[in-house]
Design a binder for this molecule. Structure first.
Ligand SMILES: NC(=O)c1ccc[n+]([C@@H]2O[C@H](COP(=O)([O-])OP(=O)(O)OC[C@H]3O[C@@H](n4cnc5c(N)ncnc54)[C@H](O)[C@@H]3O)[C@@H](O)[C@H]2O)c1
Length: 390
């Protein structure tokens, strides 16, 4: 096993003094050391030849506490692409964790390769030892390509693995609180758009009724909304429509859904749901859903605002899952985690207020608020010191 670590303990502009010797602006190293978008604290490249593990653990910031973020297992086209993805995802987690009110910085790991062919117990244990080697600076969890059962294996090698099964001290499926948090964000948007924090009498379209989406349907039906759903899995759609006759209807696909008369559109399937064509066609005046990275490209947030569509930033409203896994570190307590996820309502309102005050779209206001919280905290490694030491 070998560990290569690139460390910049504190994010400062001093790095610019060595600019002539660093890589071109477009390179991964430029993103790490120079870009305003990057400035990561530490990146660890991990290899275990015996199991075939190749992984990247990126810690964007530990200013608020141990970096927390999941492990993505994916067959990247190149190693550079994997590093780039880890850097971007880790930075996103800093923002998400900051606005979720967690005492956690942002980090993310990627394991390079096809999980269907490469994943093995040996590999996950080797990965767990790399997480252990960071001594608590990084706390891991599930992400695309990794599951609760995998985290149970990773956790055998360290104390900093969440997303485990309840039998192993974990909280299990995070989609319950994710859906609850999205519903809180939607209530906040309803308050701003229509004066009352309820979806009663509103028509909400949900694209993707998987783990999160189907829980969201229940919250909305309970609140008195009419729900229109779509999913590529016809069986999932039929089951939900049958459970709520007259309250939930279905349309053929997401393209039809966005053109259907709606008050709220909730993307709960894949990223990039809000592209130019979708924004142009939307009938809804609120967008609030669980999917990560909904804005297909920079500028979409402004197009939404220009059309009078209130966009509840994805990483703010879908933070229920990370709130849940963070709670595992303290011995999971569902009610405590739910109470924290309830605050997504206040946070979303604060973002809309800030957006109005600054004259910027809510996505920009969210980033500003997150950056403010991170900057206000004096970095400290207090959480790494042995108990009782100064
Ligand atoms: N599960 C969580 O706790 C959590 C937390 C934060 C963010 N998210 C994000 O929320 C989204 C949904 O997560 P999930 O856990 O429910 O995933 P999931 O895979 O259980 O559900 C996604 C659903 O979308 C459907 N789908 C895929 N492509 C579609 C399309 N083109 N049109 C309509 N439906 C389509 C799938 O068939 C599936 O039923 C993802 O973007 C995920 O990253 C999930």
């Amino acid at each position: 096993m070998g560990v290569t670590t690139v460390t910049d303990v504190r994010q400062t502009d001093r790095a610019s003094s060595i600019e002539p010797t660093v890589s071109p602006e477009s390179s991964v190293l430029a993103k790490l050391f120079r870009s305003e978008q990057g400035g990561h604290e530490q990146v660890v490249l991990c290899q275990d030849r015996a199991s075939g593990l190749k992984a990247v653990i990126a810690l964007h910031s530990t200013a608020l506490g141990p970096a927390l973020g999941g492990t993505r297992f994916h067959a990247y086209a190149s190693d550079e692409e994997a590093v780039e993805d880890a850097l971007n995802l880790a930075r996103g987690m800093s923002y998400k964790n900051a606005l979720a009110g967690l005492d956690h910085g942002g980090g993310k790991a990627v394991i390079i390769g096809d999980p269907d062919t490469l994943k093995s117990e040996e590999l996950l244990l080797a990965y767990g030892r790399f997480v252990a080697s960071l001594g608590g600076r990084y706390v891991t969890a599930c992400d695309v390509g990794t599951y609760v059962a995998d985290m149970d294996v990773v956790a055998r090698e360290n104390r900093w693995t969440t997303g485990r099964s309840p039998e192993n001290g974990g909280a299990g499926d995070s989609s319950v609180l994710t859906a609850f948090g999205v519903f809180q964000g939607m209530r906040a948007a309803a308050k701003v758009q229509w004066g009352e924090p309820t979806l009663r009498g509103r028509r909400v379209g949900i694209a993707g009724v998987g783990k999160v989406g189907h829980h969201l349907v229940e919250h909305l039906v309970d609140d008195g909304a009419e729900v229109v759903i779509t999913d590529v899995r016809a069986d999932a759609v039929e089951r939900i429509v049958a459970r709520h006759p007259g309250r939930v209807t279905a349309v053929s696909d997401a393209e039809v859904l966005v053109r259907t008369p709606l008050d709220v559109y909730a993307p709960c399937a894949l990223g990039g749901a809000l592209d130019d064509a979708t924004v142009g066609a939307l009938t809804a005046t609120v967008v609030c859903g669980a999917a990560n990275n909904q804005l297909a490209h920079p500028g979409v947030e402004k197009d939404l605002a220009d059309r009078g569509i209130l966009y509840a930033p994805d990483y703010v409203v879908n933070a229920g899952g990370v709130i849940q896994v963070a709670d595992e570190l303290h011995g999971f307590d569902f009610d405590r985690a739910k109470a924290k996820a309830t605050k997504i309502y206040d946070t979303t309102l604060a973002i809309f207020d800030r957006a109005k005050a600054d004259g910027v779209p809510p996505a920009v206001a969210a980033d500003r608020l997150a950056e403010q919280r991170i900057a206000e905290r004096t970095p400290s490694a207090e959480w790494l010191r042995p108990e009782g030491s100064a």
